[in-house]
Design a protein around this ligand. Structure first.
Ligand code: UDP
Length: 248
C-alpha cells in the first residue's frame, strides 16, 4: 500500500499513524458533551503532525455522549443502545472536522454507518487516497457493528490503512504498574508486550483491539492527549509514553 513519502527533514519516526481519541478526551473538564477548547487543542495537535508530512487518520469515541453498556444497564436493548453510541461518535467526528477546518487542515469524515448528507461512507481505498492527498481522515461510527468498541475500530482501521503505529491518547502519559493518581511511586513502563497487557489485563485498550493489533504487528503507543503538543512529540520518540509491541 502506498504511503506519502517520508520527508527527509521529518523528525518523526512514522509515515502513517492512527490516533484514537476517546469521547472522554473531547469532554475536557466537563461532565458531558464537548469542550470547545479541548477539541481545538486536539485539532491543533493533529494539524501539527499532518504539517510534518505524516499521513494521519483518527478514530473518535462517543463515551462523552452515550455508551451502549450504560443504555443497556438502564434496560435498553444492547444493540439498539450501541447504535446510539455509534451515532454519538459521528457527532464528535463532525466537531473535530469543524475544528480542523477552522485551522485550514483538510479533512474527510468517513462513517461506518452510511449517512451520506454529513459524511462519506467508509471506503478503504478512498480513505487511503485521501491520506495520500494530505487530508486527515476521521473515521466515525466505530466498526458499524454493535457489541464492539471504538478501540477495536481503531485497531481495525489502523490495520486496514497500513498504519505504522496506533496511538491511544489517554489522561495519563502511558501505562503504569499502579494508579499514578493514587501512588506517587507508580512506575511507567517504557515498553510492554501485547501478551503481558492481555494476561495482566492492563486496561490499555480492550482485548479485541489488542489482539487485532498484535496479529497485524501494529505497535500501540499510549500517551497523554491532554498535554498540548504531545502527539508530535511522542511520534518523534520524545516525551513520555508506553509502547506496546511484540515481545523481543
Ligand atoms: N460502539 C459500537 N460499535 C463500535 C464502536 C462503538 O457499538 O464499533 C458503541 C458502543 O455502544 C460504545 C459507544 O459506541 O459504548 C461509544 O464508543 P466507545 O465507548 O468506544 O467510546 P470512547 O470510550 O472511546 O469514548
Amino acid at each position: 500500500m502506498s504511503k506519502s513519502p517520508k520527508r527527509a527533514d521529518s523528525p518523526l519516526k512514522y509515515q502513517r499513524v492512527l490516533l484514537k481519541i476517546s469521547g472522554e478526551a473531547l469532554m475536557g473538564d466537563r461532565e458531558y458533551g464537548l469542550d470547545a477548547g479541548m477539541v481545538a487543542q486536539i485539532a491543533n495537535d493533529v494539524a501539527k503532525v499532518r504539517s510534518l508530512g505524516v499521513d494521519v487518520c483518527l478514530v473518535v469515541g462517543g463515551g462523552n455522549i452515550f455508551r451502549g453498556v450504560s443504555g443497556a444497564a438502564r434496560g435498553m436493548e444492547r444493540a439498539q443502545a450501541d447504535y446510539m453510541g455509534m451515532l454519538a461518535t459521528v457527532i464528535n467526528a463532525l466537531a473535530l472536522q469543524n475544528a480542523l477546518d477552522n485551522i485550514g487542515c483538510d479533512t474527510r469524515v468517513q462513517s461506518a454507518i452510511p449517512m451520506s448528507t454529513v459524511a462519506e461512507p467508509y471506503i478503504r481505498r478512498r480513505a487511503v487516497r485521501h491520506m495520500e492527498k494530505g487530508r486527515v481522515v476521521i473515521f466515525a461510527a466505530g466498526t458499524g457493528n454493535p457489541y464492539f468498541t471504538t478501540d477495536t475500530a481503531a485497531a481495525l482501521r489502523a490495520s486496514e490503512m497500513g498504519c505504522d503505529v496506533l496511538l491511544k491518547g489517554t489522561k495519563v502519559d502511558g501505562v503504569y504498574d499502579s494508579d499514578p493518581a493514587k501512588n506517587p511511586n507508580a512506575k511507567r513502563y517504557d515498553t510492554l508486550g501485547y501478551m503481558r497487557v492481555l494476561t495482566d489485563d492492563l486496561g490499555v485498550m480492550d482485548h479485541a483491539a489488542i489482539s487485532l493489533a498484535r496479529e497485524n504487528a501494529i505497535p500501540i503507543l499510549v500517551f497523554s492527549i491532554y498535554k498540548p503538543g504531545a502527539f508530535a512529540e511522542v511520534l518523534a520518540g520524545e516525551g513520555c509514553f508506553t509502547l506496546v509491541k511484540n515481545e523481543e
